[in-house]
Design a protein around this ligand. Structure first.
Ligand SMILES: *[C@@H]1O[C@H](CO)[C@@H](O)[C@H](O)[C@H]1NC(C)=O
Ligand SMILES: *[C@@H]1O[C@H](CO)[C@@H](O)[C@H](O)[C@H]1NC(C)=O
Length: 496
């Protein structure tokens, strides 16, 4: 008797479990699908600006403390972040205390044994790097002389600068072998590749994309494509590449459209990227690659001049292209939700020319700055907000942030899921609920972490360049792990 009763009810339980499971699976699928629409695949056209905004400070030679100093900042900020004997701005931040002060004693004499990371750099022909800046070396001169700033070619200004880390990293490696340049001892260039932890590929791929992807004259193939093809050919022939299939190579491809052709053939290497928006996970992922900050385009607000809570009349600031393809749709939704609010600045247009200055002023007088997913999950806007000490509100579910293993962005950023942000009233209620004390804590933290997002030459302890090398150094064990695992059966096969 009981058998008859129990079987049907157990059957019903099975059916219910399976249908619940299917329901959950389809819900998750739908969510995922919804999110992928936030990853924009479309190729957008970058508006190029011509003009140089790299700031050159007068140089006093042969004095270690008065270095040749290149930066896009005003001299005021340079002075603030300059290295003084044994003192660095990042010692104030919690990350700095842990990681940066330990390098301090090494700064004056940095040799191969003290460095965190030994880097071999290919001597690529100048057409791949400084040649793109118009630099021509004397015969037999492979690289510009980096101890004399007047001989260092300048990187083009404007929006190009956002992706200029290729330039700052290369300069830093060159200066690591230049005795009178005082810099942190995170990375040092070694001439013998078998002593290197990583192999650096000095290709200015973002500049190559920005400046040379259009066909000129009778060209059939753009310079950008040509350089990428040449690079793939060169690399895959090198013993250094063959050794570990390129896994220990570091390739800078910060502009989302840079290395568009070569990325498929060089995917085993470590990439330096802005985000993963236009990459399949086989080619680029958090495990092997490094997310680095954009170089901000607005000028840094000096800490002493930074407006506190009550001096920032605008609650929420956003300026950017509002009508975007793909994922950018959320910008429009937010625009219609927020446009009639009094203390909200939500404006169209990319920032160029005088717009940069207006954006800086806007951010520096706003409490919160929106970072909404656009064509790509990331943008330089986040870093513009940080250097303006405007608390970033991140509405970009797929964003990846630089150095997140050592920096907790939730201490100075507000994250809002895209699905929440478009609920009526949600965003402003949330932000109005953040009162002066809570906001001030985030503002203080912002002022502390700004140095981590500064690119400059020479590099300073815990600035963006130093942080990138440290991030690369943290990847080295996992590269070795992958290489050793691959060796498991390969060695045995060689013995036979
Ligand atoms: C851009 O700048 C370069 C170098 O300063 C100059 O030769 C070129 O004519 C400029 N192009 C435009 C369109 O302004
Ligand atoms: C490079 O380093 C390796 C290992 O340390 C050494 O065996 C080799 O002789 C070095 N090569 C040169 C050219 O110095």
């Amino acid at each position: 008797m009981w058998e008859k009763g129990i079987f049907p009810s157990r059957f019903i339980v099975y059916i219910m479990t399976i249908s619940m499971f299917l329901l959950i699976v389809s819900y998750v699928f739908l969510l995922q699908f919804g999110n992928t629409s936030l990853i924009p695949q479309s190729v957008f056209k970058l508006i190029l600006l011509n003009g140089t905004s790299v700031y050159l400070k007068p140089n006093v030679k042969n004095e270690q403390i008065k270095l040749p100093f290149l930066s896009s900042e005003s001299s005021q900020v340079d002075a603030q972040i300059r290295l003084k004997n044994g003192e660095s701005p990042c010692q104030k931040s919690s990350y700095g205390k842990k990681m940066c002060s330990s390098w301090q004693q090494n700064i004056k004499s940095c040799d191969t044994n003290q460095a965190l990371l030994r880097v071999f750099m290919y001597d690529l022909p100048s057409e791949f790097h400084f040649g793109l800046l118009g630099w021509k070396g004397k015969s037999n001169q492979m690289w510009p002389e980096v101890n004399d700033p007047s001989r260092i070619p300048l990187y083009p200004g404007g929006l190009n600068l956002q992706h200029s880390m290729e330039y700052w990293l290369t300069l830093d490696l060159l200066s690591s072998n230049t005795p009178n340049v005082l810099r942190p001892c995170a990375a040092i260039r070694v001439k013998n590749s078998s002593q290197a932890d990583v192999i650096f590929v000095p290709f200015f791929s973002s500049l190559s994309y920005n400046r040379h992807s259009k066909l000129r004259g009778k060209e059939k193939v753009s310079v950008n494509k040509k350089l990428q093809n040449k690079l793939v050919q060169f690399l895959t022939m090198q013993n250094e590449w063959k050794r570990f299939g390129g896994k220990d190579h570091l390739i800078v491809a910060h502009h989302p459209n840079s290395m568009l052709d070569a990325r498929w053939k060089l995917g085993s290497a470590m990439f330096v990227l802005a985000d993963f928006g236009r990459y399949p996970t086989e080619i680029a992922n958090l495990e092997k690659d490094i997310i680095t900050p954009y170089k901000h385009v607005v000028r840094t607000t000096p800490s002493a001049d930074s407006a506190p809570f009550d001096k920032r009349p605008i609650l929420v600031f956003f300026q950017g292209a509002i009508y975007r393809k793909d994922g950018g749709a959320i910008r429009q939704e937010l625009y219609y939700l927020l446009k009639d609010e009094k203390d909200v600045h939500f404006a169209f247009g990319t920032i160029q020319g005088n717009g940069v200055n207006q954006a800086r002023q806007g951010m520096a007088t706003s409490k919160f700055c929106l970072n909404i997913a656009g064509d790509t999950p990331s943008s330089n806007r986040l870093f513009d907000a940080i250097v303006s000490h405007c608390v970033p509100v991140i509405i970009s579910d797929k964003i990846e942030l630089p150095f997140e293993d050592v920096i907790d962005y939730s201490e100075f950023c507000v994250y809002v899921r895209a699905s929440d942000a478009v609920k009526k009233g949600y965003l402003l209620n949330l932000l109005r609920g953040i009162k002066r004390d809570q906001w001030t804590k985030m503002w203080e933290k912002l002022k502390e972490i700004v140095p981590h997002f500064q690119y400059q030459y020479p590099s300073q302890p815990c600035d963006a360049v130093d942080m990138i090398w440290q991030a690369v150094a943290r990847k080295v064990p996992s590269i070795q792990f992958r290489i050793h695992r691959e060796n498991r059966y390969r060695r045995a096969a060689q013995i036979k």
